[in-house]
Design a binder for this molecule. Structure first.
Ligand code: F6P
Length: 369
């Protein structure tokens, strides 16, 4: 079906921020302007368009060459982002005063039409890309760009932001190693990643962790304790334990801080829980460090900068080629386009038989199993 010519394209960034967002915005904007298209950014996910009253200064930002100049290396996002108020599950009060989740996607489509936006580049993780896919099925031309430090999206070898997070976490492990050894302590390091263990596994192996706990492998505290005791017997009186925030004990639950309508569960506390258990079972002094949002901040690595620039430019090429409801994906040595539904159908977790895991096992790293 022939589609109308693109004159105005919008970009938004949704969900938790990740280093590289600004590089995507820059590449997409410059590539759009070079084709004679007007480019706007939507503030805070879809909110700038959807909740205009919240933005007296305007919910849209005109993206010019000047506006995106010199932002490739900056963390965060010049558009703002949010992981609340999903328009497909908008927290709404019912007539009896109880709250429920309402699908407001039709209103959102009308808001795009009112702003004469012909196409959207949606930069986000599974939640944002799922919204984008629904909008595409309702007629909006949409290309998704995969973002998340968690690297838990299917159909792309890697998401941007992940490399920066792993790089930073590894440098933290380097620092913790020496203080753990000096004090003969167990240092537990909690990293983000939601229900996938990618960050934990990759920084743990690179940073010399002795135990890595991931959501994919429920752990047994006795197995962790024997690993620590074995190190003691071999004259190594300290240990580094990396814990993914989604890790859980055999037969136990993920440590969730809070839940709420229209937003994802907030995870936290896994590190503290395991640190207490290790101290109790082994009698060794154990401390916990939560890296948390430090993994999301700062300047993207050169890998993430380049990947983000490639993704942003590729998204514009996809729109120019008439594609919609697709996501840009890395399939080395190139980028390709995959249906958005396929990318968001299920979470990409760490395969237990992949060579990264086999490498860890060969190095003698324990997984609490
Ligand atoms: O998905 C990215 C991520 O950083 C997860 O690793 C983490 O669980 C979550 O976002 C934290 O979100 P928030 O910033 O809302 O606490």
């Amino acid at each position: 079906m022939a589609k109308a010519k693109i004159r105005r394209v919008a970009i938004n960034t949704g969900g938790g921020d990740a280093p590289g967002l600004n590089a995507v915005i820059r590449a997409a904007t410059v590539a759009a302007i070079n084709r004679g298209w007007e480019c706007v950014g939507i503030r805070d996910g879809y909110n700038g368009l959807f909740l205009p009253d919240k933005y007296p200064q305007g919910g849209l930002i005109t993206l010019t060459r000047e506006r995106v100049h010199g932002i490739t290396h900056l963390g965060g996002t010049i558009l703002g982002t949010t992981n609340r108020g999903n328009p497909l599950k908008y927290p709404t009060m019912g007539p009896d005063g109880t709250m429920y989740e309402k699908d407001r996607s039709d209103e959102l489509i009308r808001a795009f039409e009112a702003e004469h936006i012909d196409a959207l580049i949606a930069v986000g993780g599974d939640g944002s890309l799922n919204i984008a896919s629904v909008l595409a099925r309702k007629g909006l031309r949409v290309v998704g760009v995969p973002k998340t430090i968690d690297n838990d999206l299917e159909k792309t070898v890697i998401t941007f932001g992940f490399d920066t997070a792993v790089h930073f976490a590894t440098s933290c492990l380097d620092r913790l190693y020496s203080t753990a050894e000096a004090h003969r302590r167990v240092m537990v390091v909690e990293v983000m990643g939601r229900y996938a263990g990618w960050i934990a596994v990759e920084c743990g192996i690179s940073g010399g962790a002795h135990v890595i706990l991931i959501p994919e492998i429920p752990y047994d505290i006795q197995k962790i304790a024997s690993k620590i005791r074995e190190r003691d017997r071999n004259g190594h009186h300290f240990a580094i334990v990396v814990v993914a925030e989604g890790a859980k004990p055999v037969g136990g639950e993920t440590s969730v801080v809070s839940t709420g309508l229209g937003r994802a569960d907030r995870l936290g506390g896994a590190g503290e829980r395991i640190a207490n258990d290790i101290e109790e079972v082994t009698g060794k002094e154990t401390r916990c460090v939560v890296l948390g949002h430090l993994l999301r901040g700062g300047s993207p690595t050169s890998f993430d900068r380049l990947l983000s620039l490639r993704f942003g430019a590729a998204a514009i090429r996809a729109l120019e080629a008439g594609k919609s409801n697709v996501m840009v994906a890395l399939d080395p040595p190139t980028v390709r386009y995959v249906p958005l539904e396929e990318a968001t159908r299920r979470m990409k977790t760490v395969p237990l038989d992949c060579d990264i895991m086999l490498t860890a096992r060969d190095l003698g790293i324990g997984f609490g199993d």
